[in-house]
Design a protein around this ligand. Sequence first.
Ligand code: FE2
Ligand code: FE2
Length: 275
Amino acid sequence: MNIIRILMLGDIVGHTGRAMFQKHIARLRAELGIDGVIVNGENSGSQGRGITAGIVKFFRHNGVDVVTTGNHIWQKKEIYAYLADSGHKDLIRPANFPSDCPGSGMTTFMCKGFEVGVINVQGRIFMREHLGCPFRAVESLLTYLHTKTRLILVDMHAEATSEKLAMAYFLDGKVSAVVGTHTHVQTADERILPGGTAYITDLGMAGSLNSMIGMKKEGIIRNLLTQMPERFVVDTSLPLSMTGVVIAIDVATGKALTIQRVAVLDNELHVEPEE
Ligand SMILES: [Fe+2]
Ligand SMILES: [Fe+2]
């Protein structure tokens, strides 16, 4: 049986998340027998905001095949031109943003000689943006993607568990995996659904463990107490954490065989606070 093993990591937050990723990816790859790597990079830029072409290059250099994103994709304007260039297949944004937005919500990459599709969509429940229906967006992309491959991974970037689970059941048997991102907290509900689709509500993140979504807690608490604007700062305090899943997929059927949570804790990696 031909099997591919894909590592999917949750939102990499700021320079702390990038340092954590860089330190551990090679070892994880070797230990877990990884064939392909997908990370969510919507917070990987400075201040945990957006992403730049240089950071996409950093991920690629460290073995990432595709970078997915989410609502924070637009925070650094310099990425717009990168997204708009159809020659760039390594960075995608949620497919259900208006079609006028630069970039695409779907891509493919080669993994052990097999073509693998990746789709990124964003949920609508408790999210600020007014987007098209994520379910219909995926459905429409799949009519095309299914002509090319059965190996398909979906990053459903959403706040509500119900919406992520609904997407997973909606796609069960049609894609290899539906994984959630955006909450930055790894859930413990990973499983293979009856139709053979791997699922987890959220992959989690790479960043400081005792932060709030990777940012220093003090500013967020002040914001909640006063309702006044606050500049959120990427936390660098130890320990650092990086979480995600490894999914093994049967190449012949596109069905997932296993999904396994991954969590790395690091008590030693010193990261300087950002200027
Ligand atoms: Fe995020
Ligand atoms: Fe997000």
